[in-house]
Design a protein around this ligand. Sequence first.
Ligand code: TEU
Length: 556
Amino acid sequence: MSTARTSDLWWKNAVVYCLDVETYLDSDGDGCGDVEGLIERIDYLAGIGVSCLWLMPFYPSPNRDDGYDITDFYAVDPRLGSLGDVVTLIRTATDRGMRVIIDLVVNHTSDQHPWFKSSRRSKTSPHRNWYVWRDEPPAEPTADVVFPDAEDSIWTKDDKTGQWYLHHFYSHQPDLNIAHPAVREEVAKIAGFWLELGVSGFRVDAVPYLIETGGVPGDVDLDPHGFLKDLRAFMSRRRGDSVLLGEVNLPPRPLRAFFGDDQGDELQLLFGFPVMQAMYLALARRDARPLAEALEANPPIPPDCQWATFVRNHDELTLDQLSDDERQEVFDAFGPEPGMQLYGRGLRRRLPPMLDGDQQRMRMVYSLLFSLPGTPVLFYGEEIGMGENLDIEGRMSVRSPMQWTDEPTAGFSQAPPSKLRRPLPEGRFGPLAVNVTQQRRDTDSLMSWMERVIRRRRETPELGWGEATVLSTSEPAVLAHRSDWEDGSVVAVHNLGDEPCIVDIELACDPHSTLVDLLDSGVATHPVAGDRLELQLERYGYRWFRVQPPSGRSAP
Ligand code: TEU
């Protein structure tokens, strides 16, 4: 049967969970999470049904961009643990059936990295060309600054040699010169190092900036995508089942290019930024059509590749691909106060407060996450419905400590609350109200619900492997889609509206089929009338069905 085919391309049916070691669990009471703490929670993660951990950067860093400013790619920040601890973590996760991928942040380094210190020392330094230097910044910049609150140019003058260096992000994050062969070799060496220690691949940070060579002086004869092809080929030689998950926030067509050619020879997984942004517009309007259109606008992808779907990540909820009016609609619905917004393009909030804690609506959104075509990626704390802490600056508002218990430090640390790496939120979404301990004792909690849905998702490979089709429905608020794989079909239906409805769906399947409910709607089977389905949905209702042909074998 089909299930046997799913393990080689494991990323097509994975459940990924992103976390930052320093905000997960503090084992030694210094207020900062650490690798030993995370190891204590490996069984918790395996129990939820997570199959792949994505660790945010844990490398030595001055921490001016939460660890995305790295000073040594081959080491572990001593505040978090040792290299030995990380290998033990990978070993323990592997034993529990979970893979580990880590952030590969090689668009830039910290300005404190020894390479940059050497580079800026003189124009003849051996590391000079590891970064991008110019006598004058170009009259026409090739890109906008990513952090408009902190920077007004992607070029900064360095007094020592009087030249300017390129940095797409903060000026303390100089861009590496990927056109330089030595830099490319070093990137492969970094990837090879971590593969050797047991990771299954990388979440590649800021990929379009990484391969952008427009700022490199002189005539550079370089195919930017060639770098990704080379990296991918290198990784496959070292470890055949390794994966590259790319952060590429671009519209569907240019985004598709990062999968590579028809066979897919670049990044196997790409975050589906266009669908994610359209989903928020659809939620704000309580109208499924923007989401349906975004799904239909996705070009076909190579067979080994997959979208990575997500509701929230560790950055702002970027809405930069929406029009100004559309973005304003989402702001009005989910983040009307200026303090909730960031860089004029996004929201620095988690989902539950945006939905005012509406459990039914939250579950509908996560049901979408687990059933839309792609590999679901959770951000830590989503399984219990954590909120943000807007008192924490900028993007960090959503990176408060994991809430384990209802204690003042949320069971995250033995340190006094004032010593925590970041302050916890208070009130409705604080640890008193939202924590793991309480939710695991309650079969109706979001966490218990999510465990069941993840289990079902893992048992439903059609969703990860199938070809998805948006079905036409009689209600604009309702999204229905079908995923077909080999002999199986699964249909998912979501009511984005806050009114109950009766919806008529064109199923286009064998008219004698039965629909077997895969979640816990209470109704086990639904007859199909002709090739249509009439379904009664509550407000924000959702259903998953397996289409069972008359002679089909039933599954539990
Ligand atoms: O983010 C990259 C980044 O900021 C952009 O892709 C951004 O999301 C987009 O332009 C918004 O519309 C990554 C990390 O996720 C982030 O945490 C780091 O700060 C950043 O790179 C620099 O390493």
